[in-house]
Design a protein around this ligand. Sequence first.
Ligand SMILES: [Zn+2]
Length: 297
Amino acid sequence: MSTVTPAVERVALNGLDDRVSIFRVRDEVDAFAIRTDRFVALIDTLSTPELCTAILRELEPDLRGRPLVVVNTHADWDHVWGNAAVGDRAPIIAHAAAGARLNSPQATAVLQEKATAEQRFAGVRLVEPTVTFTDTLTLQGGDLTLHLLHTPGHTDDHIAVWIPELLLCIAGDAAEDPIPEVTSAHADDLRRLCLSLRRLRGLKPSIVLPSHGETTDPLLLERNLGYFSLLADRVRYLRSAQREPFEAPELGFAECVDIARPVTNGARAFYSMCHRKAVSATLEQASLDHDRSQRRA
Ligand SMILES: [Zn+2]
C-alpha cells in the first residue's frame, strides 16, 4: 500500500483576477475558489478531506466576513471525496444526479479499491451534496455572478461554472488537455459531451480552467471538439473504405492525440484509455447513423 500523501499547491498565474484561486494536487486534479463580495465559492473539494482542509485553511483570510459555498462539478472521486471536510459549515451544491452517484455501489467499490491501494483514502467518507438543481443555478455574488450549467457527457451529473464578469469558464472535466473522457464510452454521451463543449464555446470565454490539464487557454474547447470531429471523419472514411477501424493506424493514439505538455507515463496511459473510449463511442455513433440512413432508404 502506498503511504505517500500529496500536497495542495496554490498556483500563481500572471494576469488571473485576484478573486480567482487555483489549487493543484500535482497531476491529480485542480480545485478553484472564487471570492465575491457576498461569499467565497469553493469549486470541488479534491480527493480527501485532508486536502480540502488545506484549501480551507488557505482561504481563511477571504472567509473572514464571508460565508463559504461549496460546488461539486461532478461526483468523480478526485473532485468530491474531500466533501467531509466541509461538514455542516456550508451548503454543498451539485447537479441532482450527483447524490445518487455518490450513494451508488460503484462509488463504494471505487472507494474500497482506492483505500486498499493508498493509505490516504482509508479515512474518506462519501458525503452527498445538500443543494441540487437540474439545468442551471445562478449564485449572485454582487461583484461576480456564478452560473452553474449542466454540461453532461463526461458524466450525467457534470456541471461547469460560467462567470460572465471575468469571461471565465471553469470547465471541470467537460474539457481537458489533451482530451476529455467520455466515461461511458457510448455514443449518446459522446454526443452530449460535444453539445456541452459547444455550449461552453458559445459563451466566448477568454479563460477556460479545466480540472486537469494546467491550462487557461480558451481554445481548449475548440481543440477538444476538433479531436472528436477528427475521429468522426476518420471512422466515416474507414467504414466507406471497408477497413477495420480498430486496427487502422489513422485511429492510433499518437496519430490522433497531441500531448503538448510533459505528462507522466500514468497520465499517458490514462489518455490512451480515454482515446479508446472515444473511438468506441464514435464507432457506435457511426453504426447508429448507418442504421438510421438504411431505415430511411
Ligand atoms: Zn471526472
